[in-house]
Write a protein that binds this ligand. Structure first.
Ligand SMILES: [Zn+2]
Length: 294
């Protein structure tokens, strides 16, 4: 009798382990400036005359990534719409297998919905940080106000900042699509992830473009490769506590943020906030960015 129970328990445990092995959750964070064909606010701003077309193309690049994730064995895909007011991706055109986070405001900015249950993170439509060149519409988080963001002394683009949020949960970034400079910057800082240059930047508002039908299969294949390499690509972890340094374009913005307790201001345009981890770091950023935006 006892032998029978041991067998039953062994089978149950094997079943649970098996189910866990079969689960593969992929998180996709999507921006718009780094989508193929996007070059100015004519495409990236909802008031631009080509915005409707390019929100569709953004959705199609995300769909290519979802297909690539499923090609690699994904069982669940969550997409975060991370551009502007987070209402760009066309829900009706989105691959039905995925779920969509439309978050504005949210505490984790472009990474709302991420948690330790995910296995891999994919970035679509990403761009380089402010100051990089040649790089299409390069900026860092808040183009009107932020000049530079540093984590523990290292200047980071959105890709690295968001990789550090995923890293806090032990989830590795495996893929980035954007212009060639966005890809190079991410590989230099985050590690040897898969990248697909969807356009060749010539300058801030100029690039050589590729037809979407050429680009999207490359994204699908690149995401598949990235998700398959998820165990070899290490999560991007920043040391605790996290020293966040933000240099603003305007002195007055830094002055206002410095009114908050715990915020230091070593230079007229720069504030420093020491957070216990990346989650506290991104919540601090979300609060100051969105208070100004809403
Ligand atoms: Zn962005």
């Amino acid at each position: 009798m006892r032998g029978v129970w041991v067998c039953v328990i062994a089978l149950l445990v094997a079943g649970v382990v098996n189910a866990q092995e079969q689960k593969l959750k992929v998180y996709i964070s999507a921006d718009l400036e780094g989508i193929g064909g996007v070059i100015t606010d004519v495409q990236a701003d909802p008031k631009g005359r080509e915005y409707e077309k390019f929100r569709r193309l953004m959705t199609e690049e995300v769909n290519a990534a979802i297909a690539g994730a499923y090609d690699a064995g994904a069982t669940e895909v969550l997409v975060n719409d991370g551009h502007g007011d987070s209402q760009n991706i066309d829900l009706e055109l989105l691959d039905k297998r995925a779920r969509l986070v439309r978050a504005y405001p949210g505490p984790l900015l472009m990474m709302d919905g991420i948690d330790p249950s995910f296995d891999a993170v994919v970035f679509i439509g990403y761009h380089a940080s402010e100051g990089q060149a040649p790089a299409v519409m390069a900026h860092t988080m808040w183009s009107q106000r932020v000049f530079e963001m540093k984590l523990n002394g290292i200047a980071v683009p959105e890709a690295t900042f968001n990789a550090a949020i995923a890293g806090e949960y032990g989830v590795p970034v495996v893929f980035l699509a954007g212009d060639q400079t966005a890809g190079e910057e991410a590989r230099r800082l985050v590690g040897p992830i898969e990248t697909v240059p969807v356009k060749q930047a010539i300058g801030f508002y100029a690039a050589v473009m590729i037809h979407p039908e050429e680009v999207q299969p490359l994204i699908r294949a690149g995401v598949k490769r990235g998700v398959e390499r998820r165990r070899e690509l290490k999560p991007y972890k920043v040391e605790h506590p996290v020293k966040l340094e933000i240099t603003f374009k305007y002195t007055v913005t830094a002055e206002i943020v410095s009114y908050l307790p715990g915020v230091k201001r070593p230079h007229g345009n720069t504030v420093v906030f020491t957070a216990k981890d990346m989650i506290e770091t991104v919540r601090f950023c979300s609060a100051i960015f969105y208070l100004n935006a809403l």
